[in-house]
Design a protein around this ligand. Structure first.
Ligand SMILES: [Zn+2]
Length: 289
């Protein structure tokens, strides 16, 4: 169940710290919302520093749980400023046990033992991903909560532990969504296209940057409808479902990355961002004379 935990600091100042959700599984996203602080807060979750972004007095930080995070609890500490004084707010995030599945898959042998040329391409792909994920520190570029990129069933959730052709094991750092070749794929939220590239494993790949240290990724497309540098709106078509790269059939692999760590995209969809998170595009009014 998705429950936010609110740690109200002082009734008279209205300052509060909200943790979404109050309990999470390994690999899931966490949002910390601070209201009523007169200065940028600082803080940490489980010892990792939180990176807060200001928007008109509300501060947001995204964090996540490692996939190998053990069950238990992680301490949350936030230092904010209210009525000219620093205040420390503490809480905890309950860590639920992992619920990853084990699956056996069969793919073309070239994906198990890539040739020299294929290994070179994989290295170049990795460089392209690194470059795409190397973005400036900017606040949220979106106004609304994240949405599914396709209205279809999940065929493989985040975190599946996969054994390929009885040999190679890895973990699935995305959510596979059903689809036929040619079905449309939509931007989960407003953002900027930072990667559009045919890759060896992920096939035709689009990566969007949304600010707040958050990216979404769309793999195995049969066609691109956007290019690097494009600003896309939520629901804008990015391309079409396909079966490019290492796949067993056509589908969309939907990924999310927060501050350098792949997280369960479904957990990002459950987060509720406060209204008016992004700056308004309305020009400011000229004072009347
Ligand atoms: Zn996948």
């Amino acid at each position: 169940m998705f429950t936010a935990l609110t740690l109200t600091l002082l009734a008279q100042t209205g300052a509060s710290v909200e943790l979404q959700p109050g309990s999470a599984h390994p690999g899931e996203a966490v949002l910390i919302v601070v209201r009523g602080s007169t200065r940028e807060p600082s803080g940490s979750l489980g010892g990792d520093p939180l990176d807060f972004f200001d928007y008109h007095g509300t501060y947001l930080a995204l964090a996540s749980l490692r996939v190998d995070q053990v069950e238990g609890s992680l301490p949350l500490a936030v230092r904010l400023v209210t009525q000219g004084r620093e205040q420390d707010v503490g809480g905890q995030l309950d860590v639920l046990p992992p619920d990853f599945r084990h699956r056996t898959l069969t793919v073309a042998p070239r994906f198990i033992s890539p040739s020299k040329a294929q290994q070179r391409q994989m290295k170049e792909d990795q460089r392209a991903f690194d470059e795409a994920f190397d973005q400036d520190r900017v606040g949220p570029m979106f106004d609304d909560d994240f949405e599914w990129p396709r209205p279809a069933e999940v065929t493989a959730p985040f975190g599946d532990i996969r054994l390929y052709n009885g040999k190679k094991t890895n973990q699935h750092f995305g959510t596979d969504i059903d689809g036929s070749t040619g079905d449309p794929i939509f931007a989960s939220n407003e953002g900027e296209v930072v990667m559009q590239r045919p890759c060896y494993g992920s096939g035709n790949t689009v990566v969007l940057f949304h600010g707040l240290g958050l990216f979404t990724a769309y793999f195995h497309l049969s066609r691109f409808d956007v290019k690097v540098g494009d600003h896309v709106d939520q629901g804008q078509r990015l391309g079409l479902v396909g079966m490019t790269g290492r796949v067993t059939g056509p589908h969309l692999h939907f990924g999310a990355k927060i501050h350098g760590r792949w997280v369960n995209a479904e957990s990002v969809l459950r987060l509720h961002f406060p209204p008016g998170t992004a700056p308004s595009e309305t020009p400011s009014l000229t004072p009347g004379l």
